[in-house]
Design a protein around this ligand. Sequence first.
Ligand code: AMP
Ligand code: GLY
Length: 424
Amino acid sequence: MNILILGSGGRESAFAWKLAQSPKCSKLFIAPGNAGTGQYGTNVNIAVNDFEGIKQCVLANSIDLVLVGPEEPLVRGIHDFFLTDEQLKNVPVIGPQAEGAQLEGSKDFSKQFMERHNIPAATSKTFTRDTLQEGFDYLPTIGLPIVLKADGLAAGKGVLICLTVQEAQQELIEMLTQAKFGDAGSKVVVEQFLQGIELSVFVLTDGNNYKILPSAKDYKRIGEGDTGLNTGGMGSVSPVPFADAEFIKKVEDRVIIPTIEGLKQEGIPYKGFIFIGLMNCHGDPYMIEYNCRMGDPETESVLPRIESDFVELLLGVAEGNLNEKELIISNKVAATVVCVAGGYPGEYLKNKAISGMENVRGSHVFQAGTTQQGEDILATGGRVLAITSLQDNMFDALQQATADASRIYYDGCYFRKDIGFDLI
Ligand code: AMP
Ligand code: GLY
């Protein structure tokens, strides 16, 4: 069968790498992809939100299945677009319709969903411009620090952690009355701060059956020791040592089952990934957020640990018989170190030629923000490469991925040398 992946990051490189290994995959296309995805399939220069362009690509290449990487096309309704188009309606899309994608697209929707289904989460309330004064009254009642979240998609920047009530008041004013995050901040969720260790659990569902994929931990801050600005993710490890069978069972009983059942009860169809962002608070899971897709760079650590044919699993989602498919997870440990551009996550250096990828020894390089120019591969995005190593134990995986990241050169290249070492 012919498969189209939408997206252009490290996550999509990992998907392309994995799907290309399946005997079921005849031709693989990636739109728009990056310099690395071209190794596994054919890049097509179409943006992820260009639904008409995607339609033409699907028809021209007889695509049998579409896997959506990022959230934006899902929130904008790409799956609905397929279902309502005469020529596309029989082409399965992996990723929820717009209604289900609200789990990520609206923090207010997702908080209310958690509340309706008794899913453990931080206490919160949502405010708008009209209820600003009520918001002010609420701020001093939930303890410090105070978490403010723009309701809509804000490219990972919509969450603020305020250390004082005054700071939270100021931010609330800026979000609600001065459009600090544009439309995304026209509603703001004010939330209690959860103390604990964060991790991500990934679920693949056909809307009825589900499989729990390997869990992962993501390192979001730019600086070593988890300091400095938030980024899209500087590294990841899988599995997460503290997410043992007992903890995952709690996640399944308290979060995963109520989520799948809740979607069914509310008549919300959902075929795709559910990314469950959790805080482990003294051994109990509390929801931070849902995402309607896989994480990046978590995917780069999760997929190498899946031994089963991933196309079979996606077909299970498409055909509604995921329960009949096998999910085999390796006992090995995967570690991913992300090489970013100089200056990232602020203004960053672009178009620097990358060298040394051929010197990587015990890792796989998943390209992310790269572009092919003649013979050269240029660093063109903020997160440039994800270096993943799969080894028998966490120490070896971390050491190998970190050592291999240092074999790569481009002007301004930076990576964290401490990814995962807090877990050893
Ligand atoms: P999000 O955009 O929802 O992923 O939030 C970004 C980050 O903010 C999360 O990954 C957490 O590190 C942090 N965060 C969000 N909500 C909370 C909370 N209620 N308590 C503590 N940290 C939080
Ligand atoms: N690594 C976090 C995310 O994909 O949202």
